[in-house]
Design a protein around this ligand. Structure first.
Ligand code: SDX
Length: 434
């Protein structure tokens, strides 16, 4: 879809007025196009954390942070969570339309054909200590896996992209499950071609050699919903990282491995693990949450209410609302009562009526309740961000493809304002003092 241009912004520097084009997206977001700023004014912009800076034009996901809107290719995320599957959502994000039956069948078949790792990958798993963090393993093994497909080491051409994308979406699940089994000293459980995407992950995680894991529909649906809700989120930290690496014409697996590293950060995808650790500490200390909330408001405490706040949402994260409902339903169905859920409910209620959080428009985000669902599914805390990465893989690949399909294809190379030493000379060792 085309963007609109027309109006301009006037910038006066040193008495000279510069006109800059204003462009408008399909949802009427407006941006000042500063592509000619440095050449015409000698100035660059500076924007700590890129809070006001658009790095690209993208047609994949739309967020309105003020209204709490999130849409995948125009479809509200709540509709996708209710009516779609993760595999269909991945297809929509990557290829830009809901798949026809034949397209979905072909895509699903490619996922099945690519679900196994090269057998020699098991030697790489042997090399990790049992307590290695699964996000470190995931990033390393995504790159390691690509080494077994020589054609995969360079940027994909259009005709091989589909297979590489399917291989990455499928194998990220297998790598995750194998790393879990290895960390527990359990025998590897291979994927079953007869199982659908999310069923196969649960099978590889929790089946025994002598007995398959019981795939309860409610459990499969809850995990598939988690994947749908995590599938993409416009230019978040990890997706921007994938685009940065892809812009250098690195291959798909290298770009995704970089995204895994960015997602691992506690301020980003790592938050779902930190939320559970926060709730567990609150529970074990006998705090009802109020002491922790008090600390989270105190800048000197070094504590934050994990799972709260968002750079874009100044309203309730629409995903958090769906995850909270899914969480309540699942725990009732499984007849689980988790004290951490009670604490989370109490803390949400307290924070949403506390001026500190209200003034800063801090609401629960996607990570606040997701960990409680994953605990109910018996997924260990250290695997939570891996689950996030499996869901987000679709969005990373969709953004990689936008870069791949961009005829301009410029490398991302931001500028800086230099604040270091001005011109000086080399000082020989003898003249440097003791
Ligand atoms: C994800 O970008 C995405 O889309 C990410 C994501 C995705 O799908 O990809 O949505 C996934 O990463 C969700 C966010 C998960 N992270 C957390 O839950 C960690 C806790 N939240 C934060 O640390 C924080 O809210 C961020 C990192 C999410 C956003 O940080 P910003 O936009 O840089 O906000 P900020 O740090 O400038 O905070 C603004 C104010 C500050 O207070 P003042 O200096 O104005 O007095 O709000 C305060 C902050 O101290 N604040 C919090 C807080 N979050 C912000 N205070 C206590 N607890 C918090 N959680």
């Amino acid at each position: 879809m085309d963007i609109k241009t027309g109006s301009t912004a006037k910038l006066e520097i040193d008495g000279k007025v510069h006109e800059l084009a204003v462009i408008e997206g399909t949802e009427h977001e407006r941006a000042i196009d500063i592509a000619s700023l440095r050449s015409s004014t000698g100035c660059i912009t500076l924007d700590d954390g890129y809070g006001n800076t658009g790095s690209c034009q993208s047609a994949i996901t739309f967020i309105d942070g003020e209204k709490g809107i999130l849409r995948y290719r125009g479809i509200p995320v709540a509709e996708m969570a209710e009516k779609s599957s993760y595999v269909e959502t991945a297809y929509l994000l990557i290829y830009g339309h809901l798949p026809r039956k034949s397209e979905l069948q072909r895509f699903s078949k490619m996922l099945t054909q690519n679900e196994n790792l090269h057998e020699d990958m098991k030697y790489h798993f042997e090399g990790f200590p049992s307590q290695a963090h699964p996000m470190a393993i995931l990033s390393a093994m995504i790159n390691a896996s690509s080494c077994f497909y020589p054609g995969q080491m360079q940027r994909p051409t259009r005709d091989v992209f589909d297979e590489q994308a399917a291989r990455l979406i499928s194998q990220v699940r297998t790598i995750a499950a194998f790393s879990y089994r290895k960390s527990r000293g359990l025998p590897i459980i291979y994927p079953k071609p007869s199982y659908k995407y999310t069923e196969n992950l649960l099978h590889m995680l929790f089946s025994d050699v002598y007995e398959d894991y019981e795939l309860r529909p409610e459990v499969v649906r809850a995990l598939d919903t988690i994947f749908i809700l995590h599938a993409d989120h416009e230019q978040n930290c990890s997706t921007s990282t994938v685009r940065m690496v892809a812009s250098a014409q690195a291959n798909l697996f290298a770009s995704a491995a970089a995204g895994v590293c960015a997602l691992w950060g506690p301020l980003h995808g790592g938050a779902n693990q930190w939320v559970i650790e926060m709730l567990s500490d609150i529970h074990s200390s006998g705090d009802d949450g109020s002491r922790f909330i008090k600390a989270a408001k105190d800048k000197n405490s070094g504590k934050r209410l994990m799972g709260f706040g968002h750079r874009v949402y100044r309203n309730y994260d629409p995903r958090a609302r769906i995850i909270k409902e899914t969480c309540d339903t699942l725990l009732k169905t499984l007849n689980i009562s988790d004290p951490l859920l009670d604490i989370a409910h109490r803390m949400e209620e307290a924070a949403l009526s506390d001026p500190y959080f209200i003034e800063r428009k801090l609401y629960p985000n996607v990570d606040f309740y997701s960990g409680i669902i994953l605990r109910a599914l018996r997924i260990p805390t250290e695997m939570f961000t891996v689950i996030f990465a499996i869901g987000r893989m679709a969005g990373w690949i969709a953004n990689f493809k936008e870069i791949l399909d961009d005829p301009k294809g410029r490398i991302y190379r931001p500028r800086q304002v230099y604040t270091g030493a001005t011109l000086t000379s080399y000082v020989p060792m003898g003249a440097r003092g003791e």
